[in-house]
Design a protein around this ligand. Structure first.
Ligand SMILES: *Cc1c(COP(=O)(O)O)cnc(C)c1O
Length: 465
C-alpha cells in the first residue's frame, strides 16, 4: 500500500481549518497545507512516522500565522539609542498619526487650492509654517520638502551648483552610516567639491581664497556624528556667510538633525537650530524630518525664496518629492512647535529625551521581578545606571543618564546563554531589542514609556529559551 494515501486531501484539511481561512484567506492557507503535506511526505521517505491530525494542524496553523504576520512589525526599542535608524528613528506624535490616517483614508487638498478651486502646491502645506517657526514669518523665506535629508542635499547642490564648484572644509567631509558621504553626493549632484583647510583647522582666508570664477556656493556640513577635539578651528556661520555674500554667492548649511527648539533650555546638550543658521546668514538650510525634529522621514530645505524657487524647478525635485501621508505627519508635527509649553509632552522624541532618570528607575523597579520570574535560574536581573544616546548622528559624544535592567547569566561561561537570551527577547511577538555589553544583556528602559509597560510584561509570558 502507498503510505501517501494515509495523508488527508488538501480539501479535507481546508474544511477543518475554516477559522484559519477567515483570518488569512483560502489561498494562503491552501499553500500552507500543501507545504506541510509535502514535508510530511518527505519525512516519510526518511523513515519518519506520519504526523497525526493534531500535529499536522498545528504545524499548518504556525506556518499560516507566520506567513500572515506583517514583515514590518513593532518592537520595543531598549537599545539605549533613542533615534535608532534601523528601528525607524522618530516616533510620531498622536496628532501626526491622526492627520496621516485622515490623509490616507479620504481625498485631501494635497495640490488643490480650496479658496480658488485652482491647482495648489504641496509644499505650501508646510512652507508658511516653517517660515513662521524658523524665520518669524519672514515672507522672503520659503521651503520645499523631499524624501530625506540626503535627497535635500543632493537636490540643493544640483539645483544651485551643477557644473560648478562648491567649497567645503576638510573637517566637514562627513560620512553618515556608510551610504551618505559628502564627496560622493557632490559627485552625483555633478558639483565639483573644493576642499579647503585641514581635518582639524579651517580659517576664514581658506574660504576667501577658494572662491574663483567657477564657484557656485559655500557650504557647511554639521559634523553630526563625530567631534574633532584638541587643536581645532572652524569658521563660524556668520563669517562664512559674510565671505559668501561679499562674493555674491549663496551659503548653504546641511544641519543634519536640526531641532527647532532650544535644547539647552530643556536641559539637553545644545544642538544648532535652523533659526540660528538663517539668522547667521545662511541662505539655505537642510535637515531631516525624523531626527531631532521628531517627525516623519523627510528632508526639509528652507531658505531664500528665490533659491527655493530655483530648487523646486529642478527635475530632481519631482523624483524626490514626498507623498501626502508624509506631508500630513510633517504638518501636524510642525504645528506642535507653535505651543512650546506642551511640546515635550506631545512630541515623543522630546518626551523620551527629557524623561527623568527617576521615572526610568521606578519603571525598572516594577519590572525587575517579572523579568526575573520569566528568566528563572538562567540569569539574575538587576537595575543599573546606564547612558542612553540620542542617535541618528545627533550629538554623538553626549550621553543621557538612564537606567537598565541588566541580565547576567548564572553560567560560568555566559557567552552562549547571552546569545540565547538576546535571541529569545528578539523572537517575541513584539520583539524586545536590547544590547550585550560586559557579559550582560542590557535593556535600557528610557524608551519604554509607562503607557507601554503592560504590553511589555505581557510579552514575557511568551519567552522561550
Ligand atoms: C543624517 C544626516 C544626513 C542624512 O539625512 P537623512 O535624513 O538620513 O537622509 C545628511 N547630513 C547630515 C549632516 C546628517 O546628520
Amino acid at each position: 500500500m502507498n503510505e501517501n494515501q494515509r495523508l488527508p486531501a488538501v480539501d479535507r484539511v481546508l474544511q477543518q481549518l475554516s477559522d484559519l481561512i477567515d483570518r488569512h484567506g483560502r489561498q494562503l492557507v491552501t499553500g500552507c497545507i500543501r507545504a506541510e503535506l509535502a514535508a510530511a511526505r518527505e519525512g516519510l521517505k526518511h523513515g519518519l512516522p506520519l504526523p497525526d491530525e493534531t500535529t499536522l494542524h498545528s504545524a499548518i496553523r504556525r506556518r499560516a500565522d507566520a506567513a500572515g504576520r506583517a514583515n514590518l512589525r513593532p518592537v520595543f526599542n531598549l537599545t539605549g539609542t533613542v533615534l535608532h535608524t534601523n528601528l525607524g528613528r522618530a516616533l510620531l506624535a498622536e496628532e501626526a498619526i491622526d492627520l496621516m490616517v485622515e490623509a490616507a483614508r479620504a481625498p485631501c487638498a494635497l495640490e488643490y487650492d480650496l479658496a480658488t478651486g485652482g491647482r495648489g502646491d504641496r509644499d505650501d502645506l508646510v512652507s508658511g509654517l516653517l517660515a513662521e517657526l524658523i524665520a518669524g514669518g519672514d515672507p522672503n523665506i520659503a521651503a520645499t520638502i523631499v524624501n530625506n535629508n540626503a535627497a535635500a542635499v543632493l537636490l540643493t547642490l544640483n539645483a544651485l551648483a551643477q557644473g560648478k564648484e562648491a567649497v567645503v572644509s576638510r573637517g566637514e567631509l562627513v560620512e553618515i552610516g556608510g551610504a551618505f558621504r559628502v564627496p560622493d553626493v557632490m559627485r552625483r549632484a555633478q558639483v565639483k567639491l573644493v576642499e579647503i583647510g585641514t581635518t582639524n583647522r579651517t580659517h576664514d582666508k581658506d574660504y576667501a581664497e577658494a572662491i574663483g570664477p567657477k564657484t557656485a556656493l559655500l557650504m557647511k556640513v554639521h559634523t553630526s556624528n563625530y567631534a574633532v577635539v584638541g587643536f581645532t578651528k572652524v569658521v563660524d556661520e556668520k563669517a562664512i556667510a559674510d565671505i559668501a555674500h561679499a562674493a555674491g554667492l549663496p551659503f548653504v548649511i546641511d544641519l543634519g538633525s536640526g531641532t527647532l527648539t532650544d535644547f539647552a533650555a530643556l536641559g539637553l546638550p545644545a544642538e544648532p537650530t535652523p533659526q540660528q543658521a538663517l539668522a547667521a546668514g545662511a541662505d539655505i538650510v537642510t535637515f531631516s524630518g525624523d531626527k531631532l525634529l521628531g517627525g516623519p522621514q523627510a528632508g526639509l530645505i528652507v531658505g531664500r525664496k528665490d533659491l527655493i524657487a530655483k530648487i523646486k524647478k529642478n527635475p530632481l525635485k519631482r523624483a524626490l518629492r514626498v507623498g501626502k501621508t508624509t506631508l500630513a505627519a510633517l504638518e501636524a508635527t510642525l504645528r506642535l512647535y507653535r505651543d512650546p509649553d506642551r511640546l515635550c509632552e506631545r512630541l515623543p522624541t522630546l518626551r523620551l529625551l527629557t524623561r527623568p532618570v527617576a521615572a526610568i528607575q521606578a519603571l525598572g523597579e516594577r519590572l525587575q521581578a517579572p523579568v526575573q520570574a520569566a528568566l528563572g535560574p538562567l540569569a539574575t536581573v538587576s537595575i543599573e545606571t546606564c547612558s542612553s544616546q540620542i542617535g541618528s548622528g545627533a550629538l554623538p559624544v553626549e550621553r543621557l543618564p538612564s537606567a537598565a535592567l541588566v541580565i547576567r547569566p548564572t553560567a560560568k561561561k555566559p557567552g552562549k546563554t547571552l546569545l540565547t537570551v538576546e535571541q529569545a527577547f528578539r523572537a517575541l511577538p513584539q520583539g524586545i531589542i536590547g544590547y550585550i555589553r560586559d557579559d550582560a544583556y542590557h535593556l535600557d528602559l528610557r524608551c519604554l514609556e509607562d503607557k507601554d509597560e503592560a504590553r511589555f510584561v505581557a510579552q514575557l509570558a511568551h519567552l522561550k529559551f
